[in-house]
Ligand binder design. Structure first.
Ligand code: AKB
Length: 316
């Protein structure tokens, strides 16, 4: 049975991942940590919770030791758009936090997972069907931290034997905890606005394709990769994974299937549009499929049905 430390547990992925890990490994075997507790009582984990600023390596080590963890899932990070507003803060939080997590894993012999992102690619990367191994020259600070993070995780594996694993997440869509400060956030907002107002003004332009995935598939992928036989992994940090490549008008059409009056207009934000334009329009996840059996369950239609149902219940 694993004993898992999760950083960034109050965030978009963390708030749902903690509950999933508790289901799989038991409530007391998942230590949720974040710089603050989620203000939403429904999202507070039932198991142990500790306040942790991930740039404080000493405190991270103390918590890991206190709970005798054998796995670290490091999620705390600043996302793309917010990182662009404060690059120094982004570097410090994303890289110092990661080094601290890796050091805990090295010193306490833990398995280690941290997400990378489609942001680890840049304008010179092949834009469609982006291969697992390709050019990675991102021009955003978030992307720079993600490529650096991938390399550092590989280094900890080859140099110190730490069992590091990761995926390059696309935009993640969920109805539980909204993301904050990302470029793909429009694809979450659009569903909230559909239910609340019946229309949406997109800050990402028509025809901008990016990879996306529904949160249940993202959570399954983390557990599946962590449970995968290490001997079968050719790659580690980090696997391309995706469930769909969509533009705003595709999500609009999928919502219109269930809400015919719904309409999207556009007020493009140049900063976030430039970030989106520097990312792939679709990535190839065949290495993840072959090496550890990645297979998402939700396409755009199934995800849209579930999102609208859950948001109607949540917001009305
Ligand atoms: C963002 O938009 O910054 C994130 C990501 C793709 O990593 N959702």
């Amino acid at each position: 049975m694993k004993s898992i430390l999760v950083t960034g547990a109050s965030g978009q992925i963390g708030s749902e991942l903690v509950a999933k890990l508790q289901d799989v490994y038991g409530e007391d075997n998942v230590v949720a940590t974040d710089i603050r507790k989620s203000p939403d009582a429904a999202q507070q984990s039932a198991g142990p919770f500790e306040i942790l600023d991930v740039t404080d390596g000493k405190r991270m080590f103390e918590i890991a030791k206190q709970y005798d963890v054998d796995t670290v899932i490091h999620l705390a990070a600043l996302l793309s758009a917010r990182a662009e507003e404060n690059p120094q803060l982004a570097w410090n939080l994303n890289m110092t936090g990661l080094v601290n997590g890796l050091e805990v894993a090295r010193q306490l012999d833990c398995q280690f997972f941290t997400p990378s992102s489609i942001a680890a690619f840049g304008p010179s990367t092949p834009k469609s069907g982006t291969p697992q191994d390709t050019l990675q020259r991102p021009n955003t600070i978030y992307g720079v931290t993600k490529v650096s993070g991938e390399l550092l995780c590989d280094y900890y594996h080859s140099k110190f034997g730490v069992d590091t694993r990761g995926v390059r997440f696309p935009g993640l869509i969920s109805y539980v905890t909204p993301p904050g400060g990302g470029t793909t956030d429009y694809a979450v907002e659009i569903y909230y606005h559909a239910v609340q107002y019946g229309n949406y003004t997109s800050f990402i332009g028509k025809g901008t394709y990016m990879d996306m995935m529904y949160m249940p598939d993202a959570l399954d992928a983390i557990v599946q990769l962590m449970e995968a036989d290490g001997d079968k992994l050719v790659h580690r940090n980090a696997f391309n994974i995706t469930a769909m490549s969509v533009a705003p008008e595709d999500i609009e059409s999928a919502i219109q299937e269930l809400m015919p009056g719904f309409a999207v207009s556009y007020a493009v934000d140049p900063v976030r549009q430039a970030i989106a334009d520097s990312w792939p329009s679709s990535i190839d996840s065949s290495c993840a499929e072959m090496e550890w059996g990645f297979r998402p369950r939700y396409d755009l239609g199934e995800m849209t049905k579930d999102m609208l149902l859950k948001l109607h219940r949540k917001l009305q």
